[in-house]
Ligand binder design. Structure first.
Ligand SMILES: [Zn+2]
Length: 360
């Protein structure tokens, strides 16, 4: 039986996604992206520019994948190798997500850590992160992609959406790390991955000490006054890094592996009713850390962005004093107009959309 992502998804991932989805304009951003992005094109790019791993191509890496997918309950995705000196791995796609490893990653990490990296990426797929993360990479990354330019020109990517999107991307890393720790059955490999990604290249032969790295994370935690976890999340929101702090990730993995929930999932034991992860739980109610039984204040990303929390049942409404109220149809039409101005659709198509949306 595979691990259920509902059980191991990190609460900060859940709450960051909820916050992101409640920001005005989010549904329009998704719609705009889906109009522009084309999944089959990604596949064409893969087949033409990257190395597809398989039974006859670097089999030792490809063979690492199926057992992980079985544990996480996902179909085996395509796996590609790309030339890039930066150690990295990422997952792209929507209906058929695929994983890409960079040549720099295979050079920097010992081979026994590659399954952990693959399990982390498969964790993103199992947790249904793939589409939004693809969008994040194409729209937010600062890469000058055509999609990114059009989305920005269309005024679809407001600052609050951008910040909240980055923040969710970082929080989603914690869930994927948990999936990797579950697949390994121990936090030690994921912790080593974190230290490797922090700079411990496999060619560096000096004595490296993972315990000291973890102590460094503990010292960091102590260094922050008040609610350490909240401060960490706050820093993650404001910073420009694409992944959470490596030492913090390593520490989180250790705490996850010590938790009751981890042991229950690993051993196929159902949750007692009271221990089920609460959908509405604020970010700091879990994960339960034996070292930190007290509950810090809930983390309020919308507050930090200057946005009020919205009633989920209510339709999307701007929370700031907004100018003349624009209907959803008008907003969407404005977006199509930008696309026509950019030459992405014809003016006839625009007029057709106008009729559909406004009934004119
Ligand atoms: Zn990741």
């Amino acid at each position: 039986m595979s691990f259920d992502p509902e059980r191991y998804t990190h609460d900060s991932d859940r709450s960051a996604l909820k916050a992101l989805q409640s920001i005005p304009g989010f549904s329009l951003l998704i719609k705009g992206f889906m109009n522009l992005w084309n999944e089959p094109q990604e596949r064409i790019l893969n087949m033409s520019t990257r190395i597809k791993l398989g039974e006859n191509q670097m089999k030792k890496y490809y063979d690492m994948l199926p057992p992980i997918c079985e544990k996480l309950g996902i179909p085996v995705p395509d796996l590609y190798l790309e030339l890039d000196v930066k150690p990295n791995a990422y997952t792209y796609g929507d209906s058929n997500p695929f994983i890409v490893l960079t040549s720099g990653l295979l050079k920097a990490l010992p081979e026994d850590l590659i399954p952990t990296i693959l399990a982390h990426e498969c964790g993103h797929i199992a947790c249904h992160h793939a589409l939004y993360r693809t969008m994040g990479r194409l729209v937010l990354s600062g890469a000058s992609t055509a999609i990114s330019s059009v989305i920005k020109l269309g005024g679809l990517l407001t600052v609050p959406l951008q910040v909240a999107f980055y923040y969710w991307m970082r929080c989603s890393e914690f869930s994927a790390d948990r999936a990797a720790v579950l697949c390994d059955g121990t936090a030690s490999k994921m912790q080593e991955v974190c230290m490797r990604l922090a700079g411990w290249d496999k060619d560096i032969m000096a004595d490296a000490n993972i315990d000291a790295f973890l102590q460094q994370a503990a010292d960091y935690k102590e260094m922050i006054n008040g609610s350490a976890w909240n401060k960490t999340l706050e820093y993650m929101i404001m910073s420009q890094i694409s992944h959470p702090l490596t030492a913090v990730r390593a520490m989180e993995c250790g705490e996850w592996a010590k938790s009751d929930l981890f042991n229950r999932i690993l051993n196929g034991i159902p949750d007692p009713a009271e221990a089920k992860p609460a959908e509405e739980a604020p970010v700091n109610d879990a994960p339960a850390s034996p070292a930190e039984p007290q509950k810090p204040e809930p983390f309020d990303i919308l507050g930090l962005l200057g946005l009020k929390k919205q009633d989920e049942d209510k339709p999307e409404q701007p929370t700031v004093q907004a100018a003349p109220v624009e209907t959803e149809a008008e907003k969407e039409l404005r977006w199509y107009r930008k696309m026509a101005e950019e030459g992405l659709i014809t003016w006839d198509q625009y007029e057709q959309k106008k009729k559909e949306l406004l009934g004119e």
